[in-house]
Ligand binder design. Structure first.
Ligand code: FES
Length: 144
């Protein structure tokens, strides 16, 4: 039984069917849409392009742009402690969650030690201060 992903993969393959050398464009689209090129995708692409699975795997494993498994979503830690609350962080939460969708994980943290310049957030080891909705959503877009 075919699933929606297989159907969508067929559409991607078909969209490149008239190209010369469609494998790389297909792989880029699959990576962008599904976050990886998994084994099932490699088999389906190989079958559609009349290649061996090993040939498709060889291309996927050669280029660092392609991954066999989805990368873990990047994490943005949003300070929701008292000073950041007083500086308006709660008004940013819904917009941040909507902007993050499934691509970025929004976690709550309690105080980053920069209370006077909040609302603040942390990505990796970098702290981002004086956030408002546009700045926060821009940060989320940059790491997504
Ligand atoms: S309360 Fe947010 S940095 Fe201290």
């Amino acid at each position: 039984m075919r699933d929606a992903k297989a159907d969508r993969l067929d559409e991607i393959i078909a969209s490149h069917s008239r190209r010369e050398g469609p494998l790389l464009p297909i792989l880029h689209d699959v990576q962008a849409e599904f976050g990886c090129v998994d084994e099932a995708s490699k088999r389906q692409i190989a079958l559609a392009l009349n290649l061996s699975r090993a040939e498709v795997h060889g291309v996927v494993s050669f280029y660092h742009d392609f991954t066999a498994e989805p990368k873990a979503a990047p994490v943005l830690k949003l300070c929701r402690a008292e000073s950041c609350k007083a500086r308006g962080v709660e008004a940013l939460v819904d917009g941040a969650v909507a902007a993050a969708s499934e691509r970025v994980k929004i976690e709550t943290i309690y105080c980053l030690g920069l209370c006077s310049v909040g609302p603040n957030a942390m990505i990796g080891n970098a702290v981002h201060a004086r956030l408002d909705a546009p700045k926060l959503e821009k940060l989320i877009r940059e790491i997504a």
